[in-house]
Design a protein around this ligand. Structure first.
Ligand SMILES: Nc1ncnc2c1ncn2[C@@H]1O[C@H](COP(=O)(O)OP(=O)(O)O)[C@@H](O)[C@H]1O
Ligand SMILES: [Mg+2]
Length: 337
């Protein structure tokens, strides 16, 4: 595999401004300093909880959204510095998109072949060559026999094949897919992953595939997990000793500032809250809760002497609350009179 990186994101930040009813706006930090590198010809899977920033990452990489901070390089293009016009050309010629819903990928009243001709025509193809190229693309996704079918006359898997053909129409360097198998059953999803792998091998196409399916690891070269707008971990395939077999290993990612996301269950297991001791050992770095902070208020002994003051502490506000309620109803009654 060519080791040259096609995508380099450094400290990528994307902030959306959400307008609220009163006219005020709030910031949503969708990407909070994300670092990622994708090599040319690589297929990576992106997983993460809903709202973690997966689609935002794809939209920035695809030139649909402007980044707020940091850097995103695709090929030699610095996306943050492109003019609107250059970004337009980039979007049309360098990347292909596949979305989750067939209706977002395809125009319903056009046939499969007409849908594929559309991006070709928009980028300047004319005449017979357009149809020829569209048919070539249909062949590439193994769907020649569905060329005259409209959206509703195709299965979910067939719709996604047409979507992939459309995405490939202008020979992009990069294919971005946002949950392309999200609406498909497991068997059909498998055929779509097989097709993507086949296209990757044949065309050397780099792919970034977002999925909510943790099983995506077996279909891609590497899986990155996004948490709260940052890269949390990478799952890579490691060859077993003296064997052809591979197994998957999840590695935590250290970002460009040296930060590391520690899995929540590890923190909980050692009752780590806010601070840790970091020590060097012979063969690595040890992270431990500082002495005195593990057996603090939350995890002290459960003796009744310790519990009673806590109960009392809880009773005080409820007493105040009661007094307040009484006072409020007195005032209300007084007002009514
Ligand atoms: N256009 C937008 N305007 C405001 N907030 C947005 C917009 N798009 C996404 N967000 C917010 O950014 C965060 C990341 O969203 P998204 O990238 O869609 O997550 P995912 O694809 O991982 O579910 C969420 O909090 C989401 O509500
Ligand atoms: Mg999404």
């Amino acid at each position: 595999m060519n080791p040259e990186p096609l995508i380099i994101c450094e400290n990528l930040v994307k902030i959306y401004m959400l307008n609220q009813d009163g006219g005020a706006s709030v910031e949503v930090q969708a990407l909070q300093g994300l670092d990622i590198t994708v090599r040319e010809g690589e297929i990576i899977g992106v997983v993460g909880a809903s709202g973690s920033g997966k689609s935002t990452l794809l939209n920035v990489l695809g030139g649909l959204d402007r980044l707020t901070g940091g850097r995103a390089l695709v090929g030699r293009q610095d996306l943050g510095r492109l003019t609107e016009r250059a970004l337009d050309v980039y979007r049309r010629e360098k990347v292909g998109f596949v979305w989750q819903h067939g209706s977002r990928n395809l125009i319903p009243y056009l046939t499969a072949v007409e849908n594929i001709e559309l991006p070709l025509t928009l980028s300047g193809h004319v005449g017979k060559a357009t149809r020829e190229r569209a048919l070539e693309l249909l062949d590439l996704v193994k769907l020649t026999d569905r060329q005259g079918h409209r959206l509703e006359e195709m299965s979910g898997g067939e719709q996604q094949r047409v979507a992939i053909a459309i995405a490939l129409a202008n020979r992009p360097q990069l294919l971005l897919a946002d949950e392309p198998t999200g609406e498909l059953d497991t068997v059909t999803a498998q055929t779509i992953y097989d097709l993507l792998r086949d296209l990757n091998t044949r065309l050397g196409l780099t792919m970034v595939i977002v999925s909510h399916d943790p099983g995506i690891a077996k279909h891609v070269d590497r899986v990155v997990a996004v948490r709260d707008g940052k890269l949390a971990s990478e799952t890579v395939r490691v060859q077993k000793e003296n064997s052809e077999e591979h197994h998957l290993v999840e590695l935590a990612v250290v970002d460009s500032a040296g930060r590391l996301q520690i899995p929540r269950e590890y923190l909980d297991r050692f009752h780590i809250k806010r601070r840790v001791l970091i020590e060097m050992t012979e063969d690595g770095i040890l992270i431990r809760p500082p002495a005195g902070e593990t057996h603090g208020e939350e995890h002290g002994s459960s003796s009744s002497e310790q519990e009673s003051p806590r109960e009392e502490a809880l009773q005080v506000p409820s007493k105040i609350l009661k007094m307040f309620e009484t006072l409020k109803s007195t005032i209300m009654n007084w007002r009514k009179k």
